[in-house]
Design a protein. Structure first.
Length: 532
């Protein structure tokens, strides 16, 4: 999409192109016009832009009401008088063009009729700018297209249909080197009417480079436009607003334009690329991120616990995502205080287990059809049925709804549905919590997962996530679980998370025609202190 004007590449992937618009700020003094060109070059402008017309070519000398401006900066002026005052004499053009080329700044102009295009062609202008009011002047636009030179098209006061009509017309002429300038054609333009979101809209709709012709006061609007992808910024330019001029009140002075260029380039460079990995300047910080360290001597064969490993800075050890996977596992050798935790220290360590969290999400029940059917199947599957209020019969959907409605989702009790999120979200089970001791903040936890999703490590991730939710929202000091003594998978799950079996309730639960023993386990939760 990029192309060059006078050897300077313009478009996506290139630095923004800054255009200083002289307009009528020369105040009918050619020496002032020459100084404006010098000042634009010194301020960092890529180009100086003029306007090429005569009062007699842009309007007619007439006194009727429609030829008198009724509002705005030039209220009560006759069009003919305004354009006589604002126009740049044609006899100046060659001297101004030669001077700009001698000092190394690009110069081009906006023509307003056929004779202006012919005149500018004689001066070998490198590009053309179509002013906002002329966007509907297709004959003039065709004349500029015939030159096969890049065309910059301002869109102030134009509807999307009018812009579309003109863009399609230009492309039919075989010209593809086009820049559309978003513009609010008011002088000055209110910032609240800048509507810079249009920049992305125009880019998506027309697949062209988009810039901004900015008439707001200051430079904030222009800088923001660059951050939104504007490839060209045009601002009116004057030596000093205090010296007057038709456009001086909304023009930038040299120091302001210089600051625009400096800040605009900062905005452009700050956009950069999509960040997928740490940048070069972040390497030091990356080394000081948290990792797992031994904070208490561990003997060979001793279990890793919350007491002997912690997530601290720096980053020499395993990543903190492995923390819950390591708890409960045994050490392969004697390990000493201050050592970074590594895989070779841990017996039966599988780092892939720590990635299961990416496939699981906990959500509050929404009682969708999928959720209810999943819960109904689980509730009617043998030993799990005791959790429904009426365990003597098979449960129906209404029983499930009643059970869910008894879970208040406050600090006392609640339920989260476990969703697998590989290709799409699918409910596969649930976790529950119940406050057993409000003063000591003790919670009992429960989990049930559909049989076909067991053995994937989802249970461990789900209980870990539930504990984290309780810690973040309610505070929790201890967790307990109950499991049938014969349910080795549940016992293994909780033991792998660091739960300690502390007791047994003999013949506590009756199911399938016999009484079962129930194991009680606990896990002490410790708040992690963050050292800054």
């Amino acid at each position: 999409m990029s192309f060059s004007i006078n050897g300077r590449e313009i478009g996506e992937g290139n630095k923004p192109y800054f255009v200083a618009e002289m307009s009528g700020n020369h105040n009918n003094d050619i020496n002032r016009a020459l100084k404006i060109i010098d000042a634009a070059k010194e301020a960092g402008a890529d180009a100086i832009k003029m306007q090429t017309y005569k009062a007699s070519t842009i309007t007619i000398d007439h006194d009727s009401d429609e030829f008198i401006l009724k509002e705005g900066l030039w209220k009560n002026k006759r069009l003919y008088e305004l354009y006589e005052e604002a126009s740049t004499p044609w006899e100046w053009h060659k001297k101004l063009f030669d001077h700009a080329r001698n000092i190394g700044i690009t110069i081009f102009s906006s023509p307003f009729d056929f004779t202006a295009v012919d005149f500018l062609e004689d001066l070998n202008v490198p590009a053309y700018k179509i002013a906002s009011p002329e966007i509907i002047d297709l004959p003039l636009i065709k004349k500029t297209c015939d030159t096969k030179k890049p065309l910059i098209l301002s869109t102030g006061a134009a509807s999307i249909n009018e812009i579309s009509e003109t863009v399609n017309f230009i492309k039919k002429q075989g010209l593809n080197e086009i820049i559309l300038l978003h513009c609010t054609a008011a002088y000055p333009a209110p910032v609240k009417e800048a509507n810079l979101s249009t920049i992305r809209y125009l880019k998506d709709k027309f697949h062209l480079n988009i810039g901004l012709s900015d008439h707001t006061l200051g430079i904030a609007t222009a800088i923001t436009a660059i951050s939104l992808g504007a490839v060209l910024i045009e601002k009116h330019f004057t030596l000093s607003r205090s010296e007057g001029g038709l456009d001086s009140s909304f023009s930038l002075e040299p120091k302001e334009f210089s600051f625009l260029v400096e800040s605009g380039l900062d905005a452009y460079y700050s956009i950069g690329n999509i960040k997928r990995k740490p940048s070069n300047s972040e390497k030091y910080v990356e080394k000081n991120r948290k990792s797992l360290y031994v904070v208490k001597d561990i003997k060979k064969g001793e279990e890793f616990t919350e007491d002997n490993i912690r997530s601290i800075r720096p980053s020499r050890g395993l990543k903190p995502k492995h923390y819950f996977n390591i708890l409960g596992k045994k050490s392969a050798r004697n390990i000493y205080y201050g050592e970074p935790v590594s895989e070779e220290m841990i017996l039966e360590f599988n780092p892939k287990e720590s990635n299961k969290s990416k496939n699981i999400i906990l959500r509050k029940p929404i009682q969708s059809e999928d959720e209810l059917n999943m819960l109904l199947n689980l509730r009617n599957s043998g030993e799990k049925a005791h959790l429904i209020l009426n365990r003597a019969k098979k449960n129906n959907i209404q029983d499930v709804k009643n059970w869910l409605n008894n879970k208040n989702h406050n600090f006392k009790n609640g339920i989260f549905i476990i969703y697998e999120k590989i290709k799409f979200l699918k409910p596969i089970g649930y976790v529950t919590y119940l406050l057993e001791d409000e003063i000591s903040k003790v919670y009992s936890l429960g989990i049930c997962i559909s049989e076909r999703f067991q053995g994937k490590g989802y249970g461990k991730v789900s209980i870990t996530s539930l504990i984290q939710i309780l810690k973040n929202n309610f505070g929790i000091n201890k967790c307990i679980f109950n499991a049938l003594s014969s349910n080795t998978s549940s016992r293994s799950l909780f033991n792998s998370l660091g739960f300690r079996e502390i007791g047994i309730m003999k013949k506590h639960f009756f199911s399938n025609g016999k009484w079962h023993d129930v194991i009680i386990g606990e896990l002490i939760i410790k708040s992690e202190r963050i050292d800054l």
